[in-house]
Write a protein that binds this ligand. Structure first.
Ligand code: FNR
Length: 181
């Protein structure tokens, strides 16, 4: 079984990012299982924790390590990645030389309630993942705009074209993952 870790860049209960992530999780083929990796309990990273990490850091790092690939689904905060997501990435990247992200294929979805679609967050995240040596799906890029209009009252994407597009994105992500297995 190939394991996909899903990291959502919002802690909000009614998060659109999380709703999109749940929809996308259903698009992976047989033989793939998805797991949401929670990041809201991670203390703000300090190098001082490297020698003596909080228990939740260790749990988080071990969970990421078990994954074959990571899907990031995130909103944009002030034209960049939300701090909570950057914090989780930093936690996973240390201690130096022991990054749990290293070499894991990744894919990015950004979303926004406006028509901006999180371009800034998406590309700042790409920059970070490049440094972390994560091969990232380049095309198609996924920018979901006007999020409330894409989801029904049950949090389901109803637009057939959006679903088709997201399926093509997942298929390409799966091909990328296979190259690294
Ligand atoms: C935002 N939002 C936002 N949207 C955008 O397109 N570009 C931006 O730079 C920002 N900046 C921003 C900063 C902060 C602090 C907040 C709280 C919000 C709006 C954002 O897209 C919207 O709140 C999303 O619904 C957040 O995603 P979740 O929580 O629904 O996943």
């Amino acid at each position: 079984m190939t394991k996909i870790g899903i990291v959502v860049g919002s802690l909000r209960k009614e998060s659109f990012s999380r709703k999109f992530a749940k929809n996308v999780a259903e698009l992976f083929p047989e033989g793939y299982e998805t797991k949401f990796i929670e990041i809201g309990n991670l203390a703000l990273y300090s190098e001082e924790y490297d020698a003596n990490p909080p228990a939740e850091y260790t749990t988080f790092r071990n969970t990421v390590k078990e994954m074959d690939a990571i899907l990031f689904v995130t909103p944009e905060y002030n034209r960049s990645v939300p701090g909570v997501l950057k914090n989780a990435i930093d936690v996973g990247s240390r201690p130096y030389g022991a990054s749990v992200w290293d070499g894991k294929p990744a894919a990015i979805i950004s979303q926004s309630i406006s028509n901006l679609s999180g371009f800034g967050a998406n590309h700042h995240l790409r920059q970070v993942l490049t440094f972390l040596n994560m091969p990232v799906v380049q095309q198609p890029e996924v920018y979901l705009a006007n999020s409330p209009e894409l989801l029904d009252s049950n949090g389901k994407i109803t637009n057939a074209d959006t679903l088709k597009f997201l399926q093509s994105f997942v298929d390409i992500f799966v091909e990328l993952i296979k190259k690294y297995q």
